[in-house]
Design a protein around this ligand. Sequence first.
Ligand code: ZN
Length: 389
Amino acid sequence: MIQSISYKIRLYPNITQQIQLSKSFGCVRKVWNYCVECFNKKENIKSTTELRSEFIYMKEVSAGMLQQKERDFDQFKKQYFNKNRKTKLNRPKFKKKQDKQSCRFSNKSFKFDLIKHNNKIYLEKIGWVNCVFDRIIPESNKLISATISLLPSGEYYASILTEEDIQILLKTNRSVGVDVGLKSFLVTSDGVDICNPKFSYDNQDEIARLQMWRSKKVKDSSRYKRLSLRIAKLYQKISNQRDWFQHQVSNYLIQNYDVIAIEDLNVTGMVKNHCLAKSISDVGWSEFFNKLKYKSKWYGRSLIETGRFEPTSKTCSECGWINKDLKLSDREFVCQGCGVVIHRDLNAAINIKNLAIGINVATKRSLRECKSGEIDFVSLPVPYEMITT
Ligand SMILES: [Zn+2]
């Protein structure tokens, strides 16, 4: 199946190329901010050709890139006025120099040849830039675009968007329920417990120390900037570690199970709870679920979200008895209906799996009694929204 897939590579531009790139970022930002200004004043937007003759410095950067930005704004406008959108977009924002910088090259304005120019990528008006291809991009892939970005930590990356024919994975005939939490990153209904690495917790002392030093420096002085860079690098490290960890866990689930059931968590709502906000954003559930979503689409797996208000933690996975008085601090689930004692998260994970594959506790028991072998979940009705098929 043809799927969009992007390859991220690290770039090492030299000083001239860095200057040229920062000009490109600046011009792209200028075009975007110009569009936002026109949008706010309800004026017509001039074409980039007119803009380029008005602002001579824009001629120094690739024209395609500026047109691309204008097209992006058109897309944004369409989405902004789209009445069928589930969540309404906010008004467009001006881009600042301090934010993450990026610009996009269309497939005509960049190229690379892994045989002739090893570890180099050509960008229009910038030239051949050193880079590291740590993954091979198959030659059959259709190139769409390359987005160059500069992170606050001073690292340059190119994200090359391609269309690839991805082979779906073989069926494993296994399904799993996943309960995410703060104590454990996740517990599966098969009893796998993956602990929470707490990357930002490990680095927070160091960050706090650097921030304290920085607060004593004159703002925008060279020492202030040097410390800011160190802080940005630490944040970058945390984000890389978290990303790596989430890829490992999502790959594990995708490779081992056909059907993955997760709880539909209201992460934005939960972050508003100040006591837990820091730990919740540290875990990064939404990014993790995102990875699961696109990977299940790539590899032909089903990802099912169970309803947000299902009492998965409070229900006994054996008999269906509901413990209304279960507290967050109770780590064991003790059932007064059938007497089972089970780990709280494992109990929830089993409930999530049962909900997703359409077994309620009563039918589950009868299924087990008749021992009909593997439960054929495909033929069972799936009462909850299927995200992917
Ligand atoms: Zn029970």
